[in-house]
Design a protein around this ligand. Sequence first.
Ligand SMILES: Cc1ncc(C[n+]2csc(CCOP(=O)(O)OP(=O)(O)O)c2C)c(N)n1
Ligand SMILES: [Mg+2]
Length: 591
Amino acid sequence: METINKSETLILYSDQNDPYFNQALEYYLLTELEQYHQIFFLWINAPCAFIGRNQNPWKELKLDKMEANEIPLLRRKSGGGTVYHDEGNLNVSFISPHRKSDGYKNLRVIQAAASKFGLQLQATDRYDLRWQGHKVTGSAFYMYKKRKMHHCTLLVDVDESALWEVLNFEHEAYQSKSVQSIKSPVVNLKKGNDIMSMDRIKASVIEAIATEFNLGHVSVHKPQDIVEDWDLLRHYVDGFKSLTWLYGETPDFKYTSETGREYQVKKGQYQGHFFSESLITNFESKSKKDGDKPEGGMNVLFENYNPLTDEMIQIMDKDGHIVHPELKPDIPDEKLLSMYKTMVKSRVTDTKTLQFQRQGRILTYAPNLGQEAAQVGTIAASEKTDWVASAFRELGAWLYREAPLYKILLYWYGNEEGMKMPEDVRILPVSIPIASQLQHATGLAYASVYKGENDVVLGYVGDGGTSQGDFHEALNFAGVMNVPCVFIVQNNQFAISTRRAIQTRAKTIAQKSLAYGIPGYQVDGNDIFAVYAVTKWLLTGREMERVQPLLKPTLIDWGPIQLQMIQQSIVIILKLKSGKRKTRLIDLKNT
Ligand SMILES: Cc1ncc(C[n+]2csc(CCOP(=O)(O)OP(=O)(O)O)c2C)c(N)n1
Ligand SMILES: [Mg+2]
């Protein structure tokens, strides 16, 4: 037998029972500690359920039970089936160069340890171990570069009732190519010998490792002795905890609801939301409510919308007639009144502020005439905790969120305290460099997902801003990272003096979304019902979301907004030869 230098061997026992930590540590040992020829890693987890790399968590597990019992879900890098873990389950990972890896030799370690207790375990061709026909150990394998990891679990004294409570064997509703777990009769080793305890079997396994691998005396290390790059380890923990890993990696599948309707679930998501049976139930009950409506409501409209056409979603026409009663949102009177009042307040404030600016009392100002509905409608459909990343022309949105008016005016007066909002007003300061606020928007949305929070971000931009590089980078990032951000284009047809027609050759701005793989809609920005209903429809998905809301990034183009007043003016203070200061107004309207 080839002798192995002991210093190249590492035996490690994790003193933590956080399963994400242990999973990340196992991966860290495999990928980062190449200086060790072979590593033996023993670890025990608090209650949790592991699925294999290519499994479907909804199909394999009763996720509602797990949520109620606070049992976390984990997805392995390795294949294989679903396993329930608790403190009665010993995990042993064998890491070695691929060429030297021998699954049966590793299993002999477990067999030798069990035989100390008079238990004879038989290995199967699936690298399972059985005692009296019942499974006590399962195996999974994973390769990284030239190293191989063989992961074993050993049922010592697992809570069997908890185990059967979370495993799901009713698969009929799910059709996919995901790996399906094989239901095997399992047994705890303790059944075979009463004196068996976790400490004893652990000591036996370590002893058996030393004998089987000819190591002589061995010392067992703790993570603190070995890990050098804790940041990297934490990064691995975050990755293993992320929803995109846990749910988004699920092979595509088809779900048939109780009503017989079929749903295609891709990357773990249906219509931009992580799938759950309750999400579908909500969808169906919503469609039912909309049942008397000709086209089945907003979801049907959205499913069929094509941004390449010039179609504009409208509920109320310019004369105030409701043209699509089936889509009219159910806004309580009190809220509707408050939306109307904010629009009026925005108009009055706007008129007044523009006068101040024309009188030279404030420096510059971006008027909002005609953009009230687009602003108040979107913001009224959001939650107070949702972030607003505005450009400079979102007065209506700010006022609806109760941003202090004096703060807004201070900004236009050029005071550095301006737009510094109170903590609970989630509005970012004015962002003058065109479209740069969208980078902040996607960053915030990414942070929301990263931190497992529920918040979404409304990122406002002008039609001209959609020609700016920042716009494209933000949409690309949002699409790739699938962050919960709605991009709202206030399409007032002008970028200072540049008309929409010479701004872009794209027929609609909404179609720009296609290039980034995100949905895009053109909506009538003068129609507060359409604005509200569309935004609300996009944002409500998260309320239905059982796991974690994830709104698909979306681009909304508020069509040609009428009643524009988009000229910007700037007051320049000139120092004349005489030494006297003179204020001159430069109107950029026609420049
Ligand atoms: C990077 C950058 N370039 C140029 C400007 C000057 N500028 C101020 S407003 C504006 C037009 C913006 O048009 P649009 O995006 O349609 O927004 P709107 O003003 O119509 O709301 C420009 C070019 C700027 N602020 N930032
Ligand atoms: Mg514009």
